[in-house]
Design a protein around this ligand. Structure first.
Ligand SMILES: CC(C)(COP(=O)(O)OP(=O)(O)OC[C@H]1O[C@@H](n2cnc3c(N)ncnc32)[C@H](O)[C@@H]1OP(=O)(O)O)[C@@H](O)C(=O)NCCC(=O)NCCS
Length: 172
């Protein structure tokens, strides 16, 4: 543990995790676009279009806000990110459950997927959230996204449905 947060080194996958900083805002935005347009072949909005859409932009706007926390996976540059942010009932994110349950967003750059980076990011974030004293984390996922398998395997359970998407939560 270092003053600015955590540092995790892993040989397999060969990545280094660190806390996300203010300067990581642009990379988080790129990963946000990947998470929104996750379906292979889906048209991806440009970063500026994504930011201009409040329902997307609110996940990274003014990063970092009080209570935000994130991790960056690095391997000669950033290869993935995961972060959580608190929302309120007035401005509920897609995976909103309660004010004190922050919502997760995550993505790995396409060339680094399916190599264990996502699992490492999520498992480490869960650990960090527990150490911060949080009680639950939530997220929203479409039922045909294989990320659902990852979420279940790390303890997330379906707690609701919004439109076609599942809201999932993990007890910490
Ligand atoms: C979802 C995502 C973050 C997962 O990260 P990743 O590094 O690819 O995932 P991992 O390699 O750690 O795999 C984790 C688990 O996912 C599942 N998985 C991975 N690749 C898979 C594939 N091709 N098909 C089916 N399941 C797969 C497996 O259950 C795997 O478990 P295992 O560790 O027992 O093999 C990443 O694929 C991604 O960025 N996808 C696009 C954006 C997105 O969908 N974000 C989430 C929106 S809710």
């Amino acid at each position: 543990v270092r003053a600015k947060g955590i540092v995790v080194e892993r040989a397999d996958p060969a990545v280094h995790l660190r806390s996300a900083l203010e300067s990581d805002g642009p990379f988080l935005t790129e990963m946000l676009v990947e998470a929104f347009a996750w379906r292979p072949g889906a048209p991806q909005p440009s970063v500026s279009d994504a930011l201009a859409r409040p329902e997307i932009g609110r996940y990274v706007k003014e990063w970092p806000r009080c209570g935000d926390f994130g991790l960056i996976a690095e391997q000669s540059g950033s290869v993935g990110a995961i972060w959580f942010r608190h929302f309120s009932a007035d401005d509920a994110g897609y995976g909103f459950i309660a004010d004190d349950v922050p919502e997760i967003t995550m993505a790995v750059v396409p060339s680094w997927r399916h190599r264990g980076v996502g699992r490492l990011l999520l498992a480490t974030l869960i650990d960090q959230a527990r150490q911060q004293g949080l009680k639950r984390l939530s997220l929203s996922v479409e039922p045909d996204n294989f990320a659902l398998v990852l979420y279940r395997s790390l303890g997330f359970q379906v707690v609701g449905q919004v439109g076609g998407a599942m809201t999932m939560a993990v007890q910490l």
